[in-house]
Ligand binder design. Structure first.
Ligand SMILES: [Zn+2]
Length: 270
């Protein structure tokens, strides 16, 4: 196994073996199980930008944060737009994005070297990437859907860690979290053209189908991006969990035709 399903009261969340043995962090990835949301959002929806009740989402975020053992009042949340902007989270940012109003917009990645501040990013099929610099003690998260992957947000996150915290990419462990796998991710020619303009060859992570469409492997594309950023091959880990194949555990934007809840990736230095 590459992951464990943890139970805390009603809540179920995932921890990853590759991160679990790092002593100075706490992390998790939420499932759809154990929250208070109703209907299509049943039940642990963390997405405020869905049609769900804000009060229910707020309660779910509090419950999830507590289940992982982290402090909700310090939580810093992204403001995702499928871009490639990474925010450096400072002491003054504690609580922003949910508990307190956010004063930043269009942020698809978060990094910090400050203990006690949980970082949260939101997903339903897009690729969550967790980052831990095991030498300098820096953590980060980025949100890589096809657009973010094409923009190489993973590499930009590493570059920000190098630039602001003096990280050496060889000390960074990256974990590709639950997201839509190639088995379930069909795209059209437009997406392929976009990737070709950014990656050059796309043959190692796409498979053409007979109908002119393609199956796209965002996991391999992100691994290429992280290798390009200087990470060691053995430090790029994968949860091997497809959100579309496991709709018992996860929301899937594709599988549920866009009307569904969201999971959260959370990480904190302790
Ligand atoms: Zn699948």
């Amino acid at each position: 196994m590459t992951y464990t399903i943890e139970n805390s009261g009603q809540i179920q969340f995932i921890t990853f073996d590759a991160l679990e043995n790092i002593p100075f962090i706490r992390h998790g990835f939420s499932t759809r199980i154990g929250g208070v949301s109703q209907g299509v959002y049943n039940s642990l929806n963390l997405g405020v930008k869905t049609g769900d009740s804000i009060e229910d989402v707020e309660q779910n975020i509090q419950m999830f944060t507590a289940a992982v053992g982290l402090n909700y009042e310090n939580l810093v949340v992204s403001d995702q737009v499928h871009g490639d902007i990474i925010k450096i989270v400072l002491e003054e940012d504690k609580g922003k994005g949910f508990f307190k109003e956010r004063d930043y917009h269009g942020v698809d990645g978060l990094i910090t070297n400050i203990p006690g501040i949980p970082l949260l990013t939101i997903f339903a099929d897009c690729v969550p990437i967790y980052f831990v610099d095991i030498a300098k003690k820096v953590v980060g998260l980025s949100h890589a859907g096809w657009k973010g992957t094409r923009l190489k947000i993973g590499k930009k996150t590493v570059e920000m860690m190098v630039c602001h915290y003096g990280s050496d990419p060889k000390d960074i462990v990256a974990l590709i979290g639950p997201s839509i796998k190639k088995c379930c991710y069909e795209v059209d020619q437009f997406v392929i053209n976009e990737f070709e303009s950014s990656f050059g060859s796309v043959s190692s992570f796409t498979t053409p189908k007979k109908d002119g469409k393609y199956m796209l492997d965002l996991w391999t594309a992100n691994k290429i991006v992280l290798l390009e950023a200087g990470l060691r091959d053995e430090n790029i880990r994968n949860s091997n969990l497809c959100t579309s194949c496991h709709s018992d555990l996860f929301y899937s934007y594709r599988k549920e035709n866009g009307v569904t809840g969201r999971m959260g990736a959370i990480i904190q230095l302790i």
